[in-house]
Ligand binder design. Structure first.
Ligand code: 4NP
Length: 145
């Protein structure tokens, strides 16, 4: 299974999602490929937001070596599943889809809920970590067999 985690900036939520699911994948002994990207281009080449890096570190997940990149149309070929954090991310990713096969790969990480953008609210980082952790756990359960 190849999974791409996507948010707007690729510095707050999707780096957390990448780091968390990579750890869970390792613990489950799975051979999955994980990456993350942003729909926006503002932070290309940057490390994750320090608030995400710190929250992750507090929970035993190291995301400090990740580098921001932008989502591009080739990602539809490189991944089986493209997990977006919110409905705006979904709209932006789907706007690049070439066909139904591409569209079928795009899903909200949390089936019926969005992961809120914590960029403008320091207090969101901890609950956002919890939401993403729960979502990743469900993804592993759903696709591991
Ligand atoms: P993210 O958060 O999508 O979770 O990485 C954001 C990061 C940066 C910006 C917006 C959201 N920004 O506007 O620069």
């Amino acid at each position: 299974m190849k999974i791409l985690m996507v948010c707007l900036g690729n510095i707050c939520r999707s780096p957390l999602a990448e780091g968390i699911i990579k750890q869970q994948v390792k613990e489950a002994g799975l051979d999955w490929e994980i990456d993350s990207a942003g729909t926006g281009n503002w932070h290309i080449g940057e490390a994750p937001d320090q608030r995400s890096t710190l929250e992750a570190k507090t929970r035993g997940v190291d995301i400090s070596q990740q580098v921001c990149r932008q989502f591009n149309v080739q990602d539809f070929d490189g991944f089986d599943l493209i997990l977006v954090m919110d409905k705006n991310n979904r709209r932006d990713v789907l706007s690049l889809a070439r066909n139904q096969h591409d569209r079928d790969k795009v899903k909200l990480l949390l089936n019926d809920q969005e992961v809120p953008d914590p960029y403008f609210n320091d207090h969101y980082f901890s609950p956002v970590f919890d939401l993403i952790e729960g979502g990743c756990k469900d993804i592993i359960k759903k696709y591991k067999d």
